[in-house]
Design a protein around this ligand. Sequence first.
Ligand SMILES: [Zn+2]
Length: 327
Amino acid sequence: MNFTNLPQLVDKRGKLESKGTYSKRTKSITHRVWHHSLTLKNLGGSDAVSFADYHVNTLGWPGCGYTFVIEPKNIINTPNGKRATIVYANDINRRTYHVGNSNQFSLGICVAGDYRYDTMDEATLASIAELHAALVKDGIGKYDKAHNEMPGYSWKACCQYNYRDAFDWKGSKTPTKPAPAPDVYTIQEGDTLWSIAHKDGAGGVQVEDLIKANPGIDPTKLKIGQKINFGNAKEVIEKPENVKKPDVKVEVTPKTIVPYPGIVLKEGAKGMKAIDIKRIQRAAGMPEKDVDGKYGPKTTKAVKAYQKRQGLSQDGRVGPNTWNRMF
Ligand SMILES: [Zn+2]
């Protein structure tokens, strides 16, 4: 196995908190499913030991829910450079709990961190890329998916890093001339400020730089087609007076953009999709038991309450204004 030879791999199978064992898979692995832990990467609890403890003692699962956990706060010096530790938590033939009905054929890989706020570092990107390459060589799985690309999880804020870009990480030992950041970037569907900052091949542009260079944008309300100025972001970095890191961390919540479906969503409207109604129900804060994809009186009531909280006019319908506030 190529993956077991990775120098940053630490085998903790059978050594983490457990209560019984996960059963064997009845299907072969077709999907590699990428997660983040939604816990800030430098916190004490952002590691496999803590996840196992939480999954067993709080959720009552047999063991850690992932097969692999990548730990950015635990860096290992390897012959290839600094790498985030990869904990091998459960044997790959065990069906761990991480994507509900898809667990039988899905391999769960969690990168510790909350990438709505955390920035991905080189050592972690390297471990993602190398684990991915090894699994591909070993023939373990055919498809890569984010947790929220799996059936039933489109609402989940997981994962929030651009895993496909991470696979392309080429390594700091063989630097190729990095592609310069574009001067202006036009926002596409699915972009977050993190994924946009990553378009700077040199890796210098951070989310904070984009915010500084684009004072007119609201990072929580990115819109498709909006222009993001990279040129100024590059200057922000290059000016020596800006080298010093700000003392105050800029808190941002890069959001995935969900395009407006083009019709007003309301009770009785024709052509509404259940998935859009579920999104609305969740954004309006309805309890999960009421999230049924049907626009009825309960949804109207929840939308009105949401509109009231947001200072919008309260008609209980979701047109472009309410939609763009929600997503
Ligand atoms: Zn997840």
